[in-house]
Ligand binder design. Structure first.
Ligand SMILES: NC(=O)C1=CN([C@@H]2O[C@H](COP(=O)(O)OP(=O)(O)OC[C@H]3O[C@@H](n4cnc5c(N)ncnc54)[C@H](OP(=O)(O)O)[C@@H]3O)[C@@H](O)[C@H]2O)C=CC1
Ligand SMILES: O=C1O[C@H](COP(=O)(O)O)[C@@H](O)[C@H](O)[C@H]1O
Length: 597
């Protein structure tokens, strides 16, 4: 039995839920119902084919160690993806029965492994509730918390209820919905390395699933040293046993360098196929990161400018106005480069700089991301600035130093700030500096992409700006958070009889433009994992490429015990970051007076 979910909350089905490879590229932008029809027509024409093909739907995406047939050929000689086969076979059953029987015959069980922890409480349960509230979860679903802590179902519900919120724009029936949601949440206590405990979980899930085809999603919200134990037990003792899929969402960190990341991947692949592993980078689930490709590829005005010909530099900036605060134990083993740059900022860079993918299919997009990552020049130590926050008193309030965190070893050199210059050695980006900057305990909380364009050659209006040409160039700012916005700085005549120019913003301010609240990144990603959409998850070769880029410089930093520049808590970070930018003739865009507040 194939498993297809129409989740009612997306007008665009996921690319892997529908056979995009059977549609032409302009068809891929049609509405849900059109795509459904197109797929159904395609289904009828391929009906005979389906009868000949041996479709192991469950193995393609599910049971561990099953005999997988990765792709099949259709009569036109074109390779048919497994997802296509599963969707077609699902649709076939719908056409024959004339009914949406999947909804009643299938169920999804989501097990949050590490349910007692910070991330589960802060992000995962609230995101699951938001999906439920929006009607995005399938009709039959069960949510199960799993951890070592002893808790009853009622205690889990009580814990979870404290962090659930309703959408600001839709408060009606909130408490009723919460009650309904909480009734679907259960708890099971067990060790992460106990096959018996996972077998007991399996039994409990079976009871809730009531004999339906079970699809199982495990969210590993636990420290990385127990990932493999949990995956082993989940896959061997609690994966779907009756034809549904089994998927595992893995949280970062995915290792701490090329070697440990490859070892983790190898270990996970002892129990799971690559298709079952959903490596999450929650920045990919953020609305404006998701919009990056829309901006580039659906507006004629941007893509032609998207190259070294017109772009002078690109800046990827992350800052937080708080320190490690209790997470120092984890953080000290990783540092800001691994915590933010190697994943979140690099992922944004890859989406920003990749070539146009063949389609919106997950593999096409991830292929392009891998290509651009592999075109990047190894990072040189002299192109990296490191910082660590020190204590600072402001307005009578004393802010601690990083090393004041009790979970941080004394004398730690771990950077809480880093800036780096990266380069992509391909035809599009040759010579364009991509500057990254990430830091904790800075003056503001912000994540943004800044694209600074070149000067207008022979600009007639240069003198109207005075000497500083930096003030005459266009800059596109994509503010990922907070207060999402996209704005373009342009030069404009100040109204009046004279000829004076100033810089103004063409501003798409999300709060003003859209009344709908922006979903949290975890909502999008959880829904994608349920739907089998892999576009926003990291493939293992992407991960390898990302680590290859950073591992040599990380090793060098650690071998040479580079001392970071100490910056006061709440400041703008190390001064050396400006020297780094200046070396490439760049001025950080977030420092000027014209930063939009
Ligand atoms: N918190 C955050 O904001 C973010 C977290 N992450 C990642 O998500 C995952 C979960 O994070 P978070 O919730 O903060 O983690 P926690 O430290 O809160 O751990 C989650 C649960 O795992 C169990 N646990 C903790 N330490 C151990 C241990 N040494 N051995 C066995 N079990 C342990 C505990 O449950 P019990 O004792 O009940 O078994 C705990 O409640 C991690 O991989 C983290 O790196 C990623 C991004 C942000
Ligand atoms: O992955 C991480 O992200 C958070 C920042 O996420 P955001 O969505 O709140 O911007 C960061 O604080 C944490 O150190 C890091 O592990």
């Amino acid at each position: 039995m194939a498993t297809l979910y129409s989740t009612h909350c997306r007008s665009f089905p996921s690319s892997s839920s529908f056979p995009s490879s059977s549609l032409s590229s302009n068809q891929s932008a049609v509405t849900f119902s059109n795509r459904f029809l197109a797929a159904t027509v395609s289904l009828k024409s391929q009906h005979n084919l389906l009868q000949q093909v041996s479709v192991h739907t469950q193995q393609h995406d599910g049971t561990v160690g099953a005999n997988v047939t990765p792709v099949e050929n259709n009569h036109s000689g074109k390779r048919l993806r497994p997802e296509l086969l599963s969707v077609l076979s699902s649709m076939e059953s719908k056409v024959e029965d004339g009914a949406e029987k999947d909804e009643n015959e299938c169920t999804v069980s989501i097990t949050v492994v590490g349910a007692s922890g910070d991330l589960a409480k802060k992000k995962i349960f609230p995101a699951l509730f938001a999906l439920y509230y929006e009607g995005c979860l399938p009709k039959h679903f069960t949510i199960c918390g799993y951890a070592r802590s002893k808790m009853t179902d009622a205690e889990l519900r009580n814990m979870v209820s404290k962090t659930l919120t309703c959408r600001i724009d839709k408060r009606e029936n909130c408490s009723e919905k919460m009650d309904q949601f909480l009734k679907r949440c259960f708890y099971h206590s067990g060790q992460y390395d106990s096959p018996e405990n996972f077998a007991a979980l399996d039994k409990k899930l079976n009871e809730h699933e009531g004999g339906r085809t079970s699809n199982r999603l495990f969210y590993l919200s636990i420290p990385p040293n127990i990932f493999v134990d949990a995956v082993k037990c989940a896959s061997l003792s609690a994966s779907s046993g009756n034809g549904g899929w089994t998927r595992v969402i893995v949280e970062k960190p995915f290792g701490r360098d090329s070697e440990s990341s490859a070892a983790l991947t190898r270990s996970l692949k002892q129990y799971l196929t690559e298709d079952q592993i959903f490596r999450i980078d929650h920045y990919l689930g953020k609305e404006l990161v998701e919009n990056l490709s829309v901006l580039r590829f659906s507006n004629l005005i941007f893509e032609p400018l998207w190259s070294r010909q017109y772009i002078r530099n690109v800046q990827l900036i992350f800052s937080e106005d708080f320190g490690t605060e209790g997470r120092g134990g984890y953080f000290d083993n990783y540092g800001i480069i691994r915590d933010i740059m190697q994943n979140h900022l690099l992922q944004i860079l890859a989406l920003f700089a990749m070539e146009t993918p063949v389609s919106l299919d997950a593999e096409d997009i991830r292929n392009e991301k891998v290509k651009v990552l592999r075109s990047m020049r190894p990072i040189k130590l002299e192109d990296v600035v490191l910082g660590q926050y020190k204590n600072h008193t402001r307005g009578g309030v004393a802010y601690p130093a990083y090393i004041d965190d009790k979970t941080v070893p004394k004398g730690s050199l771990t950077p809480t700030f880093a800036a780096a210059a990266l380069f992509i050695d391909n035809a599009r980006w040759d010579g364009v500096p991509f500057l990254m900057k990430a830091g904790k305990a800075l003056h503001t909380k912000r994540a943004e992409i800044r694209v600074q364009f070149r000067h207008v050659p022979g600009n007639l209006y240069n003198r109207n700006f005075g000497a500083d040409l930096d003030h005459a160039t266009n800059e596109l700012v994509i503010r990922v958070q907070p207060d999402e916005a996209i704005y373009l700085k342009i030069n404009n005549k100040i109204p009046g009889l004279g000829m004076k120019l100033d810089r103004s913003n063409l501003n798409l301010h999300y709060a003003a433009r859209y009344s709908k609240e922006i979903p949290d990144a975890y909502e999008r990603l959880l829904l994608d994992a349920i739907e089998g959409e892999r576009r926003l998850f990291i493939r293992s070769d992407e991960l390898d490429a990302a680590w290859s880029l950073f591992t040599p410089v990380l090793n060098e930093i650690e071998e040479k015990k580079i001392t970071p520049e100490y910056y006061p808590y709440g400041s703008r970070g190390p001064v050396c970051a400006h020297y780094l930018a200046a070396r490439y003739n760049v001025r950080w865009g977030d420092l000027g007076l014209d930063v939009e507040q």
